[in-house]
Ligand binder design. Structure first.
Ligand SMILES: [Ca+2]
Length: 194
């Protein structure tokens, strides 16, 4: 009888630990972004722990009303189509802030080119380089701006919003030995100051 009670108690403890373990693993995977409930067509932030790329914060509302989630991206090119950008963010009326550091390869004047649905702003070292903050159609949304940069890291912030319909953004750059039409991408982007 004593043995039976001991066995039953041990089994209960085993199931309790197992349940806690499974719950912890589920929370860990959700936190890492490896399991999401978002649409499968959109990448889900596998780069979150990498130092490369930019950190993207998604907000409800066109004007950064409520932060919903953050994830990493390796290049500034995202076509959301008509899908929501992340769990908890509507496909209409969202905004996103892409933040990190741009590594200029040499002292030079760089030109940045954007296309976006809808609006986009690009800031380097707190100076606004592109300001196209309005409802855009992709085909007529091209904008550009220039910045004279010293070789090394510069703080980069790109803001984006979508009102209704499709959402997308792309930023390319050239100058200082960067070939024309290069996507703003790793290895020139870092999440934290190098
Ligand atoms: Ca749109």
């Amino acid at each position: 009888m004593v043995f039976m009670n001991w066995t039953s108690h041990s089994m209960n403890r085993f199931y309790s630990y197992a349940a806690r373990g499974i719950a912890s693993l589920a929370v860990l995977l959700l936190t890492m972004g490896l399991v999401t409930f978002g649409p499968p067509a959109i990448r889900t932030g596998f780069d979150r722990w990498s130092p490369d790329g930019l950190t993207v914060s998604y907000y409800r509302g066109k004007d950064f009303r409520k932060l919903v989630c953050r994830r990493g991206e390796r290049h500034v090119f995202m076509d959301y189509g008509e899908q929501r950008p992340a769990m908890g963010v509507s496909r209409n009326n969202f905004s996103a802030r892409w933040e990190g550091w741009l590594l200029a390869p040499s002292n030079a004047v760089y030109t940045f080119f954007s296309q976006s649905e809808d609006g986009i702003r690009l800031h380097i070292d707190n100076e606004t380089i592109i300001d196209n903050w309005r409802e855009n159609d992709w085909r007529t949304s091209a904008a550009h701006g220039q910045a004279a940069l010293t070789a090394g890291p510069h703080r980069l912030t790109i803001e984006h919003f979508n009102a209704t319909g499709p959402a997308a953004l792309r930023v390319r750059w050239t100058g200082g030995g960067i070939p024309e039409n290069s996507l703003l991408s790793t290895p020139w982007l870092r999440k934290r100051k190098p």
